[in-house]
Design a protein around this ligand. Structure first.
Ligand SMILES: O=C(O)COP(=O)(O)O
Ligand SMILES: [Mg+2]
Length: 239
């Protein structure tokens, strides 16, 4: 008999649930072109994603000749305007995401999102893909006073998901709901661990360094591995 013992699973968005690299690369290249910089490839941009759009643009400008703050402010605004207008052209869920979210829902697991994307943009992409209603909460980089790697938005995600999880587990009062966090960047793993959650790293995401160096409690190579990894992690981290 297997009891699925995480009540709450939090997910990062970019590079974890969704491959947003094509649309983010187009937005960076739009900003770089305004500064007469050469375009970057999707593979060059991927490791620049995960710390929010401004972080990504800084990296793009550094890779193509440097920047000053005034230039960064101007191009950041242009990047966001372009991205908002072209936010879901190439963006798709990774293979197996829908099936994995269905399986979690069937098990009564409450799921939330903590991304460093602007919350409004995260909601727009998820709306366009018809996924918004699956999540008990969607927290962006601008939702709380601090974004990942701060544990602040992870704590808030757990707090909001727990309200839903507790309502589902009406008979199981007393024990706090158990939560895990799934992400692709060092910011995700640091934020999750700082909030006291076991973490799972996605090897297919926008890695800033080799996945084994992230220090996550588990690694998955695809969404077909998510449920077994969560089951295993729940067993290993049971009190
Ligand atoms: O860098 C971003 O814009 C968002 O990245 P995240 O969804 O991986 O947190
Ligand atoms: Mg990410």
């Amino acid at each position: 008999m297997t009891h699925f013992s995480f009540d709450i699973v939090g997910f990062d968005l970019d590079g974890t649930l969704l491959d947003t690299s094509g649309d983010l690369t187009a937005a960076v290249n739009h900003a770089l072109a305004l500064a007469n910089r050469p375009a970057l490839s999707v593979e060059q941009v991927k490791p620049m994603i995960g710390g929010g759009a401004r972080h990504m643009l800084k990296q793009g400008l550094t890779a193509t000749g440097g920047y000053d703050e005034a230039m960064l402010d101007r191009l950041h605004a242009a990047l966001l305007a372009y991205y908002e207008a072209h936010i879901c052209v190439l963006t798709r869920p990774y293979p197996g995401v829908i099936e994995a979210l269905d399986a979690l829902a069937a098990r009564g697991v409450t799921i939330g999102i903590v991304t460093n994307k602007i919350e409004r943009f995260a909601r727009t992409v998820l709306d366009e893909l018809g996924l918004t209603d699956r999540f008990a909460c969607i927290l962006g980089g601008d939702t709380m006073a601090e974004g990942k790697p701060s544990p602040m938005p992870i704590h808030e995600m757990v707090r909001q998901c727990a309200v839903v999880a507790d309502a589902k587990r009406a008979g199981a009062q007393g024990a706090a709901p158990r939560a895990a966090f799934v992400g692709d960047s060092i910011f995700d793993i640091q934020a999750g661990q700082a909030a006291g959650l076991p973490t799972i790293a996605c090897s297919f995401g926008f890695l800033m360094q080799p996945v084994d160096e992230l220090g996550a409690e588990a690694v998955i190579d695809g969404f077909d591995a998510l449920i077994p990894a969560l089951d295993d992690l729940a067993r290993r981290t049971a009190a």
